[in-house]
Design a protein around this ligand. Structure first.
Ligand SMILES: Cc1cc2nc3c(=O)[nH]c(=O)nc-3n(C[C@H](O)[C@H](O)[C@H](O)COP(=O)(O)O)c2cc1C
Length: 302
């Protein structure tokens, strides 16, 4: 028996449920030679914004036990330059391209997606709703803005819309449900977790912004809990994200209710992890005599 690891997602059949997480695979073209791209379900690009951004001052990365902290601050070349210089080479990778988009107000999101609407080969848009709004709280915590962005983007987007949510909220299932009710076609759960680290020699925080986002294996159980809770409440598909490093982690997220996963920190450290995960999934399914990987989705037994 040969296991089928393809998954149906947003009207397409993806070659596998393994995606790259936004911000950890560059714009795709820098790292594609290190990865057998045809094995991946999709590439999610680094987040782009309407105007280019320098990002936060250094230091903006710190290693912690079983993970890392970052405060990159959405450094990117801006959507126009991205579309002119990066999109065409991304399309040549022959893997669906999901463009991650952010902004600090509703119009930023809308205007960025309007520009992307001219590029038919885009597979989907991922709205990064985990960044600060103009009042400096994060968009996921600003109910009105959160709803307006999803609703307005959905109205004009030529592509399916995925809402990427922050775990920094009271009730992730409720927020996911809200995303669904406002038109999101899928959700990504989750972005990084708020955290900090201090240098005991200088007495200074290890990140220039004091706090940053934690990612890597240390966040996996928390992200898994988010996926499980949301899956009880929503009908739209979930991309599980947070601390996934191999096929077994992927299986856990799928059992909790994810249709696919995106791998960030682990692939940043070693891009080969993406292919190893795909191959590991085939071995796992064959050893368990499971024909279709989709048979795992939401099948955790309580
Ligand atoms: C260096 C770095 C940069 C990131 N940049 C972005 C980004 O631009 N947009 C975004 O939505 N998430 C960004 N993330 C979050 C990841 O996409 C992912 O949600 C998070 O790291 C959890 O997954 P992981 O534990 O597999 O890394 C970034 C993460 C890291 C480590």
């Amino acid at each position: 028996m040969k296991a089928d690891i393809r998954v149906n997602f947003l009207g397409a059949k993806l070659n596998s449920p393994v995606l790259t997480a936004s911000g950890t695979f560059g714009y795709g073209d820098e790292v594609c030679d290190l990865v057998e791209m045809s094995q991946l379900g999709a590439v999610i690009t680094k987040t782009v914004t309407l105007e280019p951004r320098q990002g936060n001052p250094q230091p903006r990365i710190a290693e912690v036990a079983s993970g890392m902290l970052n405060t990159i601050g959405l450094q990117n070349i801006g959507v126009r330059k991205f579309a002119e210089t990066k999109l065409q080479s991304l399309f040549k990778l022959k893997v669906p391209v999901i463009v991650s988009v952010a902004g600090s107000c509703a119009d930023d999101y809308l205007n960025t997606v309007k520009i992307l609407n001219s590029y038919n080969k885009i597979f989907a848009i991922e709205l990064n709703l985990s960044c600060p709004n103009l009042k400096k709280t994060i968009i996921c915590q600003d109910k009105e803005l959160f709803e307006t962005i999803i609703k307005n983007v959905k109205k004009i987007s030529k592509f399916p819309v995925i809402a990427k949510l922050s775990p920094q909220v009271q009730d992730i299932a409720e927020l996911s449900f809200n995303a669904q009710q406002n038109g999101a076609d899928a959700v990504t759960l989750t972005n990084t977790f708020p955290a900090m680290a201090i240098n005991i020699n200088t007495f200074k925080p290890k990140l220039s912004t004091v706090r940053g986002g934690m990612s890597g294996p240390c966040v996996k159980p928390m992200a898994l809990r988010c996926v499980f809770e949301a899956a009880q409440k929503i009908k739209i598909p979930i991309i599980g994200c947070g601390g996934i490093t191999n096929a077994y982690d992927t299986v856990e997220f799928m059992l909790a209710g994810a249709s696919c996963v995106s791998i960030g920190t682990a692939a940043l450290v070693e891009p080969k992890v993406l292919n190893d995960t795909v191959n590991g999934l085939k071995n796992y399914l064959n050893s368990k005599k499971i024909k279709n990987i989709t048979d795992l989705i939401g099948k955790v037994q309580l």
